[in-house]
Design a protein around this ligand. Sequence first.
Ligand code: GAP
Length: 597
Amino acid sequence: MVEPKVNDLMERIVALCKRRGLIFQSSEIYGGINGFWDYGPLGAELKRNIKDRWWQTMTRWRDDVVGLDATIIMHPRIWEASGHATTFADPMVDCLLTRKRFRADQIDPQSGMAYHFAGAQNAGKRCDDAYSVLLAPGKNPESARKVARQFYQQRGLAEPELLGERTEKVENSTRYNPENGSLLTEPRQFNLMFKTYVGPVENVENMAYLRPETAQAIFAQFKNVLEVSRQRVPFGICQIGKAFRNEINPRNFTFRSREFEQMELEFFIRPDEAVEAVCGQVARPAGPGHPGEPQANWGWQIWHQYWVEERLRFYENIGLPRASLVEYWQKPEELAHYARATVDILYKFPFSKRDASGELMGEELEGIAARSDFDLSQHQRFSGKAMGVFDEELKAAWPKLEEGRKSELTKRYFEARLKYLVKTGEPAEKAERQAREEAAGLAKGYYVPHVIEPSAGVDRLALALICNAYCEDQAPDEHGKLESRVVMRFHPRIAPVKVAVFPLLKNKPELVKKALAVRDMLRPHLAVFYDEAGAIGRRYRRQDEAGTPFGITIDFDTLGERGEDLKDTVTLRDRDTMKQDRVKINDLPRVLLEKIR
Ligand code: GAP
């Protein structure tokens, strides 16, 4: 049940997460449960800060995005419409010896000599199950035979005599267990959705799924939200919530979990044909970088670029340096059939693979997909409810177009809709009739919106922020002697605790009283931690390890014992520079909020 050790740095990070109450193994007292993690006091604050920042950035600070908070269990038809019921599966293989399960597409190719056996016999008993073991170059063939004997022992032969041995050179095979060379089963598709039953009767009619993504609820509630929010396309609906995937092989600490949280935005845009009809032309990306404030003439490409850049800005804003991120454009063969483009934002985790030059390649934090009108079209088809919108501006613009332009736009829209309908398996004649109707609808101002989807994981981001913050360095103790410290350099915006308040001595009631007053004054504004136990240097170290960016010490100067000038001032220590400034108590909220904003 315990995670494999990935590398030294990761081991130290995992240890710190437990020691400081960032992340614990779920159900640890019972030996843990693979793929599930709990967030301790500091982790819970970190996650909350991540989600709050995302929510502020994605909806509260924008006019064109509204929020949703939907249920985890939804009507099972939703997952038929989305394709999850049939295609949300990973290829799974089992080790024929240990029964350990792997994702077939995650097995590194191996080369060596395969030892094939036709069977084995012992004391008049015989087993005719064929079996193979891959022997790495330079290893003793006896070790392959030893593995094979274990296999036949499991099939009831106490001291198996191996039969029909033959060897074969194997290159880049993924058919063998990388840990012991044993042959694996043939890959089988395994649907990753967790099943449950709604109500007391456990039968097929009552079966439901824990959502594997939050996005589908947004599509299912699209019309309701549109009606009540007074939004018009282009606009977005965002949601934060739990998602569940029965991952075959959870790994890399929290990176691939079975229960996790997502932060998803579905940003609905006009199809390019409607943009062209309204604005005369479709603006496309002029070059790399942020395209600036949204414009009415943007087509899907520039909207997609906009969201990629917005999301990169978000990560930089909470302290992930640009150099730690990779913008990966999926290749055409990697794209889902309905997607026009997908950019994955990767973070260079310590456990990421390295390229030929030794550079970390990164692992996915977020995907930003241009998903065409697939999702709403699917829900329209499966629910029988119209998911299209009426666009007043389009209706007004259409009659003013030249005839040639009208027929060109109609043709393009017709072809796109026909392609979708044919792909869904509609009979050709019906698909053509429907596509023609929909293209005629465009001229009257109707269309199914397209969507750009930035979809991020809270837990992966928390892990990236933890890895990024982790730092071992040297700092002077209270006597000025250098000692090693672990410091979590969380950006103040997402740091679990923003400021720690310390009375210099805990046995001086005047200092304690003042420190408690400072704590209470700051509490309504930010997360404060009060600590009076131990030498002040040790208290600083504890907060460095917790990633608290600022420390306030109330000393005898604060009480005015060294003159009126310093009375009611405190020292404000910066975790990273370790610089200490004297600040008036009344200025603390302003000074701190400026640093944290
Ligand atoms: N609606 C699109 C969607 O769900 P995804 O790439 O499957 O796309 C989006 O998931 C994000 O959710 C990922 O980029 C990742 O951050 C997070 N995520 C997905 N599976 C996860 C898992 N097993 N454990 C932790 N986070 C996961």
